[in-house]
Design a protein around this ligand. Structure first.
Ligand SMILES: Nc1ncnc2c1ncn2[C@@H]1O[C@H](COP(=O)(O)OP(=O)(O)O)[C@@H](O)[C@H]1O
Ligand SMILES: [Mg+2]
Length: 271
C-alpha cells in the first residue's frame, strides 16, 4: 500500500480562498483530500478531507479511535495512506517520509511523543539540528547558544519545573516530557505545525501556556492543526473544528458559529 496516487487521476484543484473575516488568512497552507486508511480489516479513515490556512488554528476532535492520530501520522509522513491527495500551499505533493513532511514545512508532535531518554533537554531540542559556529576544522557545537535558546523556549512555555536543562529527560514526569516535545516542535519556524494531544497530562497552568503559544504561532501566520479532547481549550484557540466520527468527517464547524454542545453532539455522532 503506497502513498500516492500512482495511476490515479487528480482533478486540477484551485486552492480554496481563505475564509472571510477573522483570521485574515494567509491562504491555504495544507489540504488533504479523500484520505482513506485501512489497518487490516479496520478502516481508520474513510475519505477524510480537510484544510488549514496560514494563520489559522484547526482543531481535530473526535472520540478515541475516531482516526485523529492516523490522520496526523499520515500528514507527518509516518503512516502511508491507502488513498488520498495532499496539497501544500496549493501544490500537489506526496508525503512519503518524515523528511518529505519537513521539506514541505510540516512539523509534528506525535501523541506518542518520542524523546531520547538518555539525552538532556537541550540535546533533545536540538537533536539533528545542532547549532554550531566556525567552519572546517574549527567547526564547534555552539552549546552556549543552544542552552540560551532552550532556556528561552522553556520560559516561553512557562516551564519552570525543569531545574536543569542539561540533565537527561528520562527522570522527568510525563508533563515535563510533554512540554519538552512541544518546545521542540516550536523552536524553529515551520509554516505548518501539527500537534496531537499536546496538552494531555499537563496541569492547568501549562495547558494555558501551550494555548498561548498556539495563539502566538497563529499570529505569526503559522497554520496549526491541534488534536484535542478538551472542549475548553478548543474554544480558546480554534478557528475551525473538524470533527471525526468513526473515521469520517462528521462536521466542520466554525468556532464563531457553533457551541460546545454542538461539537460534543458531532463527536458522539448525534447530528
Ligand atoms: N498501527 C495500527 N494498527 C492497527 N490498527 C490501528 C493502528 N493505529 C490505529 N489503529 C486503529 O485505527 C483506528 C483509529 O485510531 P487512531 O487514529 O489512533 O484514533 P484516535 O487518535 O482518534 O484515537 C482505531 O480503530 C485504532 O484501533
Ligand atoms: Mg490519538
Amino acid at each position: 500500500m503506497l502513498n500516492g496516487g500512482a495511476g490515479r487521476r487528480f482533478p486540477k484543484r484551485r486552492p480554496a480562498s481563505p475564509p472571510p473575516g477573522d483570521p485574515p488568512g494567509g491562504g491555504e497552507a495544507l489540504r488533504v483530500v479523500d484520505v482513506t486508511k485501512w489497518y487490516g480489516g479496520v478502516q481508520a479513515l474513510d475519505r477524510v478531507s480537510m484544510s488549514v490556512d496560514a494563520g489559522e488554528v484547526v482543531a481535530l476532535v473526535g472520540d478515541n479511535g475516531a482516526g485523529k492520530s492516523t490522520l496526523v501520522d499520515i500528514i507527518a509522513g509516518v503512516v502511508a495512506p491507502d488513498e488520498g491527495e495532499f496539497y501544500v500551499r496549493g501544490e500537489r505533493v506526496a508525503i512519503r517520509s518524515t523528511n518529505d513532511a519537513a521539506l514541505f514545512g510540516i512539523r509534528t508532535v506525535h501523541q506518542e511523543h518520542t524523546l531520547a531518554d538518555n539525552l538532556s533537554v537541550v540535546e533533545n531540542l536540538f537533536l539533528g539540528r545542532e547549532l554550531s559556529h566556525g567552519v572546517g576544522p574549527l567547526l564547534r557545537l555552539d552549546f552556549a547558544s543552544m542552552q540560551q535558546r532552550t532556556s528561552a523556549a522553556m520560559s516561553d512555555l512557562g516551564i519552570t519545573t525543569i531545574a536543569d536543562i542539561r540533565a537527561p529527560v528520562e527522570k522527568m514526569s510525563g508533563g515535563q516530557r510533554q512540554s519538552v516535545s512541544v518546545a521542540r516542535a516550536t523552536l524553529e519556524k515551520y509554516p505548518i505545525v501539527v500537534l496531537d494531544e499536546p496538552t494531555a497530562g499537563l496541569g492547568v497552568a501549562q495547558v494555558h501556556r501551550v494555548m498561548q503559544l498556539v495563539l502566538r504561532l497563529r499570529a505569526q501566520g503559522t497554520a496549526i492543526v491541534i488534536v484535542s479532547q478538551n472542549i475548553e481549550e478548543i474554544f480558546e484557540v480554534a478557528d475551525r473544528i473538524v470533527v471525526l466520527h468513526l473515521g469520517k468527517v462528521g462536521a466542520i464547524l466554525r468556532r464563531a458559529d457553533t457551541t460546545p454542545e454542538a461539537v460534543v453532539s458531532a463527536v458522539m455522532g448525534v447530528a
